[in-house]
Design a protein around this ligand. Structure first.
Ligand SMILES: Cc1cc2nc3c(=O)[nH]c(=O)nc-3n(C[C@H](O)[C@H](O)[C@H](O)COP(=O)(O)OP(=O)(O)OC[C@H]3O[C@@H](n4cnc5c(N)ncnc54)[C@H](O)[C@@H]3O)c2cc1C
Length: 653
């Protein structure tokens, strides 16, 4: 049934989005399976061996997709082992087994093979695709292949890549300094498109799209405003549906001559800013009213997963948010600053965005590990290469990547101090399997580890549990054209009251045979981001509530919100959600970014001392621990560095 409004939004239109969503079944001990897995499973095949098995092209609800998480949740709930039965012994022989097929697990396999070229390695991954958060989404719209990133956006990091991480990127054939060759950096600017902000009726009294002058991220904006910045502000203030009082508040924030902490040194000021949220700094110290608070509330979400109520004023200063110019703070980072808030020129220059994000990094790693699985040999040909999933787990291959396999138990065969082997049990389509190896790296999410490796010391399990991740929604919508963006002059939209708080046209990058859309009449993928959280609570509680929200929200609800939001924002530019949307892929990440420490809630971060991630990543017998969580650092280089460490530690196991 579709009501009138749903009809206008196009909820009943045949687009590519629900294809695999509702085909589910429950078998004894098995989870809900998407149709593509179920069909192969019913025929008792390895689904990955089917020629139709191609996860990047699936639309609908992806990310933590149906079939990927139920086993782990049942472990968490304590009911998995009831009626689980005995595992089937695979009898396979490996030198190393890695849990988790994300960048960290794949890098660990790569590093291990460098010092052990003949090693046999098994990688076990619970999702139907490899890469972890580095996920590729593909679309076909009117005969044109479009790529999108379902997770990791780009090679970038707040701090410079380590020698190890840079070395790996170079070894994979990525010359980061050549990025300008591939990106048409002036395409949107030359077409008159600028970053915009959308004021919505419910939050600000009326729907209005205007230019976005808010300096967010990047430079600290210490100097005087340029004539161009001044013009942007003037246009914004003329068009924004803000009250005269709110416009006064904006003027207050733009002032560069007011020191709100007179008489304090720069360090003393930073220490105060580290202990107060940006929201409270704005309201209690600067004296800004609720409208401007609402305007800023969701601005830091893309990086922190929380809004200004749970980000310290010191971090907001580091990001280049407004209201600090008169404080004349020394540029050096203050105690307790988040990595993301510490600008670094070298790091800023090290940037590369592939059309499918860092899925290209994952695919290049897989090509190294299992060459037959990703055809080709260069960076240019990897972008369009179709992965052959049937080749990922071949008996004759020294490295095997086994998808759809959730590890449920990891234990030493005997006393962890003296044991020579580790035994792993995994669940695959309702059946349990056991496999052993002398070495194991846990490159999976840390909060899963206490459930699967119960022999770890209690303090380590506690530290692992504290690494609960940040939930995120990364939505890709394939549009038949982007003429509405062109008409409205928008390349990106910040929407503080929107369901997705930000969306944008993807960066125009062409590599090899992949050509990005360059004319507004061509189809394009737009990327939308939502960070579910509950302002007012401590950051970790906000993430927990957001995680629950993501698991509880149906695809239909998300789709309706997408259509409504795009229709309202872009409608004045001629956009019709019923006509213009060709496909939707919602990458749901209830367990997204690694949790990074926050001076408002993590005392140890401000005061110094051992951090939980240092306790969490300690080696245990023949088991070492990788993943971005091990560095509490939500970046690709973090995942690589932790893999390197975990491999080095195995040498002393
Ligand atoms: C939406 C999003 C956007 C991001 N954008 C960027 C960016 O632009 N640039 C950047 O540098 N970083 C970015 N990051 C962070 C970056 O993606 C990660 O730091 C990095 O990819 C993590 O790699 P990983 O291997 O440590 O973890 P993951 O990618 O999470 O891989 C771990 C894998 O282990 C699997 N696993 C867990 N438990 C089990 C089990 N019991 N059995 C089997 N497998 C299991 C998981 O399902 C997962 O696939 C982003 C992260 C997210 C979520």
């Amino acid at each position: 049934m579709c009501d009138r409004k749903d009809k206008d939004l196009g909820m009943a239109r045949a687009i590519s989005r629900r294809d695999f969503l509702n085909g589910v079944a429950v078998t004894a001990g098995a989870s809900l399976l998407p149709l593509h897995l179920l069909q192969a499973f019913e025929q008792d095949l390895d689904p990955e061996k089917s020629p139709n098995y191609y996860p990047p092209a699936l639309t609908g609800l992806r990310g933590s997709h149906v079939g990927a998480f139920e086993v782990a949740h049942s472990l968490r709930d304590g009911d998995f082992w009831q009626d689980a039965g005995k595992p089937i012994e695979t009898g396979e022989k490996f030198d190393l087994i890695i849990v988790g097929g994300g960048i960290s697990g794949l890098s660990a396999a790569h590093f291990y093979r460098k010092s052990n070229p003949n090693a046999r390695i098994l990688i076990l991954e619970n999702h139907d695709d490899f890469g972890g958060h580095a996920k590729r989404n593909e679309f076909m719209v009117t005969g044109r292949k479009l790529l999108g990133y379902g997770g990791t956006f780009s090679i970038e990091s707040p701090a410079p890549y380590s020698t190890v991480a840079k070395g790996l990127i170079a070894e994979l054939g990525i010359d980061v300094s050549s990025y300008s060759k591939y990106v048409s950096s002036d395409l949107y600017r030359n077409a008159g498109l600028v970053p915009c902000v959308f004021f919505d009726k419910e939050t600000f009294g009326s729907d209005r799209l205007t230019i976005n002058p808010l300096p967010v991220g990047g430079s600290r904006n210490e100097g005087d405003e340029t004539p161009e910045q001044k013009q942007t502000w003037e246009r914004f203030l003329a068009e924004a549906p803000l009250s005269p009082a709110a416009k006064e508040d904006v003027a207050k924030l733009r002032r560069r001559d007011v020191d709100y902490y007179p008489g304090l040194t720069s360090d003393e000021k930073k220490a105060r800013l580290a202990r107060i949220s940006y929201a409270r700094y704005l309201s209690d110290i600067v004296g800004v009213g609720p409208e401007v608070l609402k305007l800023y509330q969701t601005a830091p979400q893309a990086l922190f997963g929380v809004g200004i109520d749970a980000v310290s004023a010191q971090d907001a200063w580091g990001f280049g948010f407004m209201g600090f110019q008169g404080l004349k703070l020394e540029p050096s980072p203050g105690k307790g600053m988040n990595h993301d808030a510490i600008p670094n020129e070298e790091a800023e220059k090290y940037f590369f965005h592939f059309p499918d994000g860092n899925s290209t990094v994952a695919r290049l790693l897989v090509r190294r590990l299992v060459p037959e699985a990703i055809p080709g040999s260069s960076l240019d040909d990897v972008i369009t290469a179709r992965a052959n999933y049937a080749r990922l787990d071949q008996p004759e291959s020294p490295v095997r990547i086994r998808l759809n396999s959730t590890v449920v138990r990891v234990e030493h065969a005997g006393n962890p101090r003296t044991a020579t082997r580790v035994r792993l049990t995994y669940s695959r389509f309702g059946k349990l399997y056991a496999v052993e190896a002398p070495n194991t790296i846990l490159a999976c999410w840390h909060m899963v580890i206490p459930y699967i490796c119960t022999e770890l010391p209690e303090d380590q399990k506690q530290a692992l549990r504290s690494a609960a991740k940040v939930p995120l929604l990364y939505t890709n919508v394939a549009l038949r054209n982007w003429t509405s963006f062109q008409k409205l002059g928008a390349m990106a939209v910040y929407a503080p009251g929107g369901y997705h708080s930000y969306f944008r046209l993807d960066l125009p990058v062409s590599i090899g045979d992949y050509h990005c859309p360059t004319s507004p009449e061509q189809p394009i993928v737009i990327h939308m981001m939502k960070t579910p959280c509950k302002p007012g609570l401590p950051a970790r509680d906000q993430h927990r509530m957001g995680r629950i929200e993501l698991f509880m929200t149906s695809f239909e609800t998300i789709e309706r919100n997408i259509r409504e939001q795009l229709g309202r924002t872009l409608g004045p530019g001629g956009f019709d959600p019923a006509r213009d949307i060709a496909a939707i892929t919602v990458n749901r990440w209830p367990h997204g970014y690694a949790y990074e420490y926050n001076s408002l809630f993590d005392k140890f971060w401000l005061e110094g001392g051992v951090t939980p991630c240092e306790v969490a990543r300690k080696p245990f017998g023949r088991i070492t621990i990788a993943n971005a969580d091990a560095g509490a650092y939500a970046y690709t280089d973090g995942a690589i560095d932790q893999a390197w460490r975990a491999v080095q530690e195995l040498k002393h196991a």
